[in-house]
Write a protein that binds this ligand. Structure first.
Ligand SMILES: Cc1cc2nc3c(=O)[nH]c(=O)nc-3n(C[C@H](O)[C@H](O)[C@H](O)COP(=O)(O)OP(=O)(O)OC[C@H]3O[C@@H](n4cnc5c(N)ncnc54)[C@H](O)[C@@H]3O)c2cc1C
Length: 391
């Protein structure tokens, strides 16, 4: 029979939200156990593009106002963490790009007028030309305007690795989760038959949260999944590019990020409008052909003739939103000892942790358990999608 564990905060789901929260709590002296049923970061986090948004993308459709500062502050908070001087020491995490770019092919799209009028981007956008252009755009045939956004792009695999180190002995591979009740109240969880008591229980299980709530006999908070059909290309002719390419609409036509593969080549990872509804409806071969055509038109000087291609279907898991909900904050709901939420963006993991920590402070929850834990089975690291699909 596995031993009973008592901890301050029991977290379920080791994506960026659970891992970041776990590291913050441990730094403040709380004991924690972080349960993961699959792999560390292997849900949405390792499939993300790693852009630390400051909100510029939302300003394109006017959804970001000067009042929504949580996301605007994220690049600074991540930068400090990456420098080892912030709320977490992420000094070993690889920064892929100091900036993300906004690139308008041909003539300036009309929607940029409201974009540049937005308070959220004022002072955070500079036009770049010539040698300052991202390497993949430095060609005499390139036409269009490029703006440098004060947003970073990080290497998510190295982030997950570092957050796993900061989790110390607190990680637990666990599959079957049931409520641990006392007098009808939730006091912890039963994980694979082991009782884990905790002052607070946090569910940060991404797309798995709805099923976990069901196992606890709860239906709220409701969640939604928004599907994406992403495209990847790996090849020797690719140069780094981190940019939103604008189309006529309010969403980027394509968002390109570039990731290092284990064999030393670069992988272009394409999201944005191309991966949304019409892209989701396309079969993989059709989706790849669409991407090839788009890149052929936009960047004809890039040699893609020997590139390998793949697509990836993945859902974004979020709280159920009405049209009015702002996309620029993490979400947290509370029911007694249970806290449930989604960061809604990788970039907003610090905001998610802030919300949990504020709830603990408000309720006077203090570190009270020794950090000593029995030897626990550990979840494995997740593998980046491009290593699985383009080995
Ligand atoms: C294609 C794509 C690109 C994106 N690009 C960006 C970007 O550039 N910038 C940005 O800020 N955001 C981006 N996002 C959003 C971002 O990836 C997510 O908001 C963020 O990763 C969510 O983190 P999470 O920890 O909540 O979820 P996840 O990373 O999905 O982690 C949840 C974890 O919970 C585990 N789990 C599930 N059920 C259980 C259970 N019953 N028991 C135990 N564990 C369980 C899962 O295995 C998983 O490891 C992107 C998302 C997608 C899909």
């Amino acid at each position: 029979m596995p031993s009973v564990i008592s901890t301050d905060v029991l977290i379920v789901g080791a994506g960026v939200a659970g891992l970041w929260l776990n590291a913050r709590l441990r730094r403040q002296g709380f004991s924690t156990v972080l349960v993961e049923s699959a792999t560390l970061g292997g849900g949405q986090s390792l499939k993300s593009q790693g852009i630390i948004h400051g909100g510029a993308k939302y300003a394109l459709h006017g959804a970001l106002t000067g009042a929504s500062e949580a996301i605007a502050d994220m690049p600074r908070r991540w930068r400090e963490a990456l420098a080892g001087t912030g709320e977490l020491d992420l000094s070993g995490v690889r920064l892929l790009s100091e900036a993300h770019y906004l690139w308008s092919p041909g003539t300036l799209a009309g929607n940029l007028t409201s974009f540049f009028a937005s308070k959220a981007v004022r002072g955070r956008v500079d036009q770049v030309k010539g040698e300052q252009l991202p390497p993949a755009l430095q060609d005499k045939r390139f036409k269009g305007k490029v703006y440098r956004l004060a947003e970073l792009v990080i290497d998510v695999p190295s982030l997950i690795q570092r957050l796993a180190e900061l989790a110390g002995e607190g990680l637990l591979a666990g599959h079957e989760i049931q409520p641990l009740l006392e007098g009808g109240l939730l006091v912890g969880l039963k994980v694979d038959g082991r009782d884990i008591r905790a002052q607070r229980i946090v569910l940060s299980a991404g797309a798995g949260t709805a099923a976990l709530l069901e196992a606890l006999g709860l239906t709220q908070p409701a969640m939604q999944r928004r599907p994406l059909h992403m495209i990847m290309a790996k090849g020797p002719g690719l140069k780094p590019l981190y940019a939103h390419c604008l189309g006529g609409g309010t969403k980027p036509r394509i968002t390109v990020t570039t990731h290092p593969a284990a064999d030393g080549q670069w992988v272009w990872y394409l999201g944005g409008d191309i991966a949304e509804s019409e892209g989701v409806a396309r079969e993989p071969a059709e989706q790849i052909a669409t991407a090839q055509k788009e890149l052929g038109q936009l960047l004809p000087w890039i040699d893609l003739s020997t590139a390998q291609w793949a697509t990836l279907r993945v859902d974004r898991a979020e709280p159920l939103q009405s049209g009015l909900t702002r996309p620029d904050n993490a979400f947290l709901a509370e029911q007694g000892r249970l806290l449930v939420g989604w960061p809604t963006k990788l970039a907003l993991a610090p905001d998610f942790a802030d919300r949990v920590i504020a709830a603990l402070q408000r309720d006077g929850i203090q570190p009270s358990h020794s950090a000593e834990l029995p030897e626990l089975p550990k979840p494995p690291m997740g593998i980046p999608a491009w290593e699985q699909l383009l080995p």
